[in-house]
Design a protein around this ligand. Structure first.
Ligand SMILES: [Zn+2]
Length: 280
């Protein structure tokens, strides 16, 4: 039956009382936004944590303006429906999000984009590099080091008084399916190369044998293939985890001097938007 036929039919019908009840979508009454406020997420671990528990915990941490709805599209890919673009962008900027030591990678939802083409393995992390001599703690060296590690997203270099922090702290987008980067080599003005260890903030569980995230050393399949399991010669270890920051002392200081470096980051897009708004 065609739409026109149905309309003609409906015009001749007498409706019952219960057929006259109108449905008013609660969506229409709020500023709840559509797919432009959505994100797509994927748990980047072989053994998936309990999804329901993960949704519950993340939702409670996100403190969004509007309710967040979650739809599992496939076994791996999840649509996270934020109600508000600003909520979505803020949460994406605060990545990485971890649950049960597993990375929950998220990207902005793009309408009609094939699920396979989302690059979930590119994820941003805050890295710290300690013990760099004070004379090399400067903005340009920060930027160069960050670019040498991955796609530099932001640097965090000023303390509350505008002076240098004692740690080089960088936000870098890295490919999490690659081996974790352990060191950075810095050639000093005297031509001497110095090697510094990289530490990751909020690094998910990773294998000390393979050096990649997504499975633990205990669950490693490759390790089992090695006959002499007593002599693994582990090349990776818990030293890659940055020590926790003291939230009372340091967090406030570190938040102060963050400078967005990447032109492709969402934060930057938002900045561009707000800039053009003020011009009008
Ligand atoms: Zn492994």
């Amino acid at each position: 039956m065609m739409v026109d036929d149905i309309n003609a039919l409906l015009e001749n019908l007498k409706f019952l009382e219960e057929e006259s009840v109108r449905v008013i979508s609660s969506n229409m009454e709020t500023n709840y936004q559509g797919f432009e406020a959505w994100a797509v997420g994927k748990i980047m671990a072989i053994e998936k944590p309990n999804k329901e528990a993960m949704y519950r915990v993340l939702r409670s941490l996100w403190l969004t303006k509007y309710e967040v709805n979650v739809v599992a599209l496939t076994e791996e890919v999840i649509i996270v429906k934020f109600g508000y673009v600003e909520d979505r962008n803020r949460i994406l900027n605060m990545m990485p999000w971890l649950f049960d030591n597993c990375l929950f990678a998220m990207l902005p939802f793009v309408k009609d984009k094939e699920l396979e083409t989302y690059e979930f393995n590119f994820s941003s992390f805050w890295l710290r590099i300690y013990n760099i001599p004070l004379e090399y703690m400067e903005r340009q060296i920060d930027m160069d080091v960050g670019k040498a590690i991955g796609e530099l997203v932001a640097i965090d270099w000023k303390d509350r008084n505008g002076g240098w922090t004692e740690v080089m702290r960088l936000k870098v987008k890295i490919n999490v399916s690659n081996l974790l980067r352990r060191v950075v080599r810095l050639v000093g003005r005297n031509g001497v190369e110095m090697v510094y260890a990289i530490k990751f903030e909020r690094l998910p569980a990773f294998c000390y044998y393979c050096g990649i995230i997504g499975h633990t050393t205990q669950k490693c399949k490759k390790k089992e293939e090695v006959s002499d399991s007593n002599n693994l010669g582990l090349q990776y270890g818990n030293w890659l985890w940055a020590p926790p920051m003291n939230p009372n002392q340091n967090r406030g200081i570190w938040r102060n001097g963050i400078e967005i470096a990447s032109t492709q980051s969402i934060a930057n897009d938002t900045n561009e938007e707000s800039k053009s708004d003020t011009r009008e």
